[in-house]
Ligand binder design. Structure first.
Ligand SMILES: Cc1ncc(COP(=O)(O)O)c(C=O)c1O
Length: 385
């Protein structure tokens, strides 16, 4: 099977097999070498096939962001430990989760809490649970002006006491350093380190309330080096990283911030290409491709034209030419404006491969993707957003 087989059409999303395997192995090895555990954030892809690769590489469990994602992940049949890295406050979801844990759909599910009301809802739903110990609670530390999470360490400690006081199982403390910084300047990495130090301090302050080692959890894919370094310094704690975007990395945001390279590991490789036809070449220096906001992320950067492929009369892809210097200047729903340099032209019917910036907001626009070796299809994967 090839990506240009009859029956398929452009735009099409492919995932380079070698890049995926490299990223999964590099991160699994680096996290284990730091003495930490990995609960990959599967909201990035919501694909059982991709999660299975992460599980096979040693993932502790799967992280999700919403009750619907938790539902879907537990239905995959191979997620025994899940981490909803968010507040769970809808009583309907709580009743469902209690039932799922009582039915043995999972061994353990962890959730965040950042309010007394949230704890009240959790405690009420789990009051008559058959397996209440299967629910683990992590008190969330945020940052002033940030997203969810308590703003100060003393507030985290007070809520952790309340978790125990209400008969719930306290697992540890958690948060997300992503909003602390956008870039990787020394000052920004220092700010991330300071936030991690506060999480470490909160963990130490609640350690006596936890049965077993206290869990400290943070870590997306942009500052994992700082998180691993700062949290690993906490004696007697379990560090659980939740990186998700690392699995495909990208040609923009995550390429710029690659924390694994800062740790001395091989750079991650961008795995995603979205392929689209050149629909029109209406002016010198401009090509319009059939790729829009419904096909690629546009929240951090516009997509990057990578290569141009000729197409024969039967629709088969031919040779590839580098498109260095070409840029996307705008996106409509289904069209991309590609600016070309010099006297470069693109021919209608030919196909352009685009790199992206931000995997999560690209993959969620597709129902399926093809894992490829060159133009050969290795496996079709399904995204369950
Ligand atoms: C709470 C939380 N944890 C982990 C992650 C994973 O971060 P990344 O997508 O950079 O891997 C996110 C991403 O938004 C998040 O919100």
């Amino acid at each position: 099977m090839r990506i240009d087989d009859p029956g398929r059409s452009w735009p099409l999303l492919t995932l380079d097999r070698a890049a995926l395997e490299h990223n999964v192995a590099t991160v699994a090895t680096t996290v284990a070498a730091a003495g930490a555990e990995l609960a990959p954030h599967v909201k990035t892809h919501m694909s059982r096939e991709l999660w299975t690769r992460q599980l096979d590489a040693g993932a502790w469990g799967a992280t999700v962001a919403t009750p619907a994602q938790l539902h879907a992940a537990l239905e995959w049949g191979n997620v025994r430990r899940a981490f909803l890295a968010n507040e769970l406050v809808d009583p309907r979801d709580l009743v469902w989760l209690r039932g799922a844990l009582d039915r043995d759909d999972a061994d353990e599910v962890w959730v965040y809490a950042d309010s007394e009301r949230g704890l009240e809802l959790l405690a009420a739903a789990f009051a008559d649970a058959a397996r209440p110990e299967r629910l683990g609670v992590l008190v969330e530390l945020g940052l002033p002006g940030g997203r969810t999470g308590l703003r100060t360490v003393p507030d985290v400690v007070a809520l952790a006491r309340s978790v125990v006081g209400r008969g719930l199982r306290l697992v540890g403390v958690a948060g997300y350093e992503g909003p602390v910084a956008t870039g990787t300047s020394a000052a920004e990495l220092d700010a991330v380190a300071r936030w991690c130090a506060a999480l470490r301090e909160a963990g130490a302050a609640v350690a006596d309330l936890v049965d077993g080692p206290v869990v400290l959890s943070a870590g997306g894919s942009a500052f994992a080096d700082v998180v691993l370094r700062e949290l690993a310094a906490a004696a007697g704690a379990r560090v659980v990283l939740r990186s998700g975007a690392y699995i495909t990395s990208d040609h923009g945001h995550y390429r710029r911030s690659d924390p694994w390279a800062r740790l001395g590991a091989d750079r991650l490789r961008p795995a995603i290409t979205v392929w689209a036809s050149v629909l029109s070449a209406p002016e010198l220096g401009l090509a319009i491709c059939g790729l829009g906001r419904r096909d690629v992320s546009f929240d951090i950067d516009l997509p990057f034209p990578l290569v141009e492929r000729t197409v024969d009369d039967a629709g088969r892809l031919g040779s590839a030419r580098d498109l260095a210097g070409a840029t996307v200047t705008a996106l409509n729903d289904q069209h991309a404006y590609v600016a070309l340099t010099g006297d470069r032209e693109l021919r209608p019917g030919d196909v352009v491969g685009f790199g992206v910036s931000h995997p999560c907001t690209t993959l969620d626009k597709h129902r399926t993707g093809l894992i490829t070796d060159g133009d050969d299809v290795v496996e079709q994967v399904t995204f369950q957003f």
